[in-house]
Design a protein around this ligand. Structure first.
Ligand SMILES: Nc1ncnc2c1ncn2[C@@H]1O[C@H](COP(=O)(O)OP(=O)(O)O)[C@@H](O)[C@H]1O
Ligand SMILES: [Mg+2]
Length: 376
């Protein structure tokens, strides 16, 4: 089978990019995925790095005609809102691809829309409002403490200790900062004190929750809000990162079942598929609240999803192959063989192509594999 791995390659595009580390990380995921899938004797794997040139990508995929696309794109031209365009384009080309549809990705990234759907379905999610302009601040009628986050970002972009506020003054500052830095509406939400639990979900029918994990907030969070800030997620040398490891959650049978049920209901509400992770906070009464749905979660071998799969008996290579199978089966049904047409009948793909913003043409990069990726 000819597999194309698509990933964003846009971390160096903006001088001031508040999500640069998160965007860069996807290179490592793509590289790990390529290695894992490349071990399979019947698969050939090519990487496509996309800066922002969607038309160039369209041209490359329609001429190379991979059997399956592994879609790791989380942004286009350093803008997370471009993420949804990639699956939309793959639908147009009728190429099977891993992961959720454009609709689900778009909803998950429009956090207020996702929360409206959850609310309508009775899935517990903290009360919230959306602020477009600082003039609307006075209209906020939610009890403190609150958290302010960009409404269209991911990977803890825009989250730090000052995002959690307990006064009108702090709220005003956090909202103004979010509007100014991210040029998008600010989501203001009730801050749920309590445990932070992640529920990874794999597959469709059946959909299978993998072992749950929990963030352990250590001494760096004494007297500070327990939040997985951008620094905690990406600045590996920071105290916030070192002291917020994720561990296997030990919740007891009943709470585990409650967390899984809430997470699955959230996954279902956005029609997510194949894989993803639902983030919960569990309050002191044992009520889980959905704070974030990640249909396009981090698939790095050391990140939570792959570790949970491993704990469930699925090696990284097995996981990668399983994701490819899910995409293949969606299009072709559950049938063997899964090899597609013989490779000789097709034009050979470049091992790695980088598609650059605004160029209008595809620039084939070197034949070196994993040209940009580093191992973790
Ligand atoms: N309502 C909330 N209550 C408590 N903590 C929250 C809440 N919303 C977000 N957080 C904290 O902020 C982190 C990032 O927020 P999240 O909504 O998951 O955004 P992202 O999509 O960037 O991951 C979470 O992991 C959690 O620690
Ligand atoms: Mg999150």
């Amino acid at each position: 089978m000819r597999i194309a791995i698509l990933h964003n390659h846009d971390h160096a595009l903006l001088e001031e990019d508040p999500g640069r580390e998160a965007r860069e990380d996807v290179l490592r995921v793509a590289s790990a995925m390529q290695t894992a899938l490349g071990k399979h004797p019947r698969h050939t794997v090519s990487l496509y790095g996309v800066e922002g040139d969607l038309l160039g990508l369209h041209e490359a995929i329609s001429s190379d005609k991979p059997d399956v696309v592994v879609n790791l794109c989380e942004s286009l031209a350093a803008d997370s809102r471009g993420e949804m365009l990639v699956p939309a384009m793959l639908e147009l080309l009728q190429v099977p691809y891993t992961g959720s549809s454009a609709l689900s990705l778009a909803l998950a990234l429009h956090k207020n829309k996702a929360k409206e759907i959850l609310k309508a379905r009775g899935v517990p999610t903290p009360e919230f409002c959306v602020i477009q302009h600082v003039e609307e601040l006075a209209s906020i009628d939610l009890p403190f403490p609150l958290i302010v986050k960009p409404s269209r970002e991911d990977a803890s972009v825009g989250i730090d200790f000052d995002s959690v506020v307990s006064s009108r003054q702090g709220l005003g500052r956090a909202v103004a900062r979010t509007l100014r830095t991210f040029r998008q509406p600010a989501l203001v939400e009730r801050f749920i004190e309590g445990r932070e639990i992640y529920v990874p979900i794999l597959g469709n029918a059946p959909r299978r929750p993998l072992p749950l994990s929990e963030i352990r907030f250590g001494a760096a969070f004494n007297g500070k809000p327990n939040v997985v800030s951008y620094r905690a997620k990406w600045d590996t040398l920071s105290a916030e990162c070192i002291e917020s490891p994720s561990e296997t959650a030990s919740l007891g049978k009943e709470l585990t079942a409650r967390c899984m049920a809430v997470a699955e209901a959230a996954f279902e509400a956005l029609e997510c598929r194949d894989y993803g992770r639902v983030d919960l906070r569990v309050d002191s009464s044992g009520q889980p609240w959905v704070i974030d749905i990640n249909p396009n979660c981090d698939l790095h071998p050391q990140a939570g999803f792959a570790r949970a799969a491993e704990a469930a008996g699925l090696s990284y290579a097995d996981l990668a192959l399983h994701l490819v199978d899910l995409a293949w089966e969606r299009r072709h049904g559950n049938q063997a063989p899964r090899l597609g047409r013989p490779p000789a009948a097709r034009r050979a793909a470049e091992p790695h192509r980088d598609l650059h913003a605004g160029r209008g043409v595809v620039r084939a990069r070197s034949h070196r594999r994993r040209a940009h990726a580093q191992q973790p």
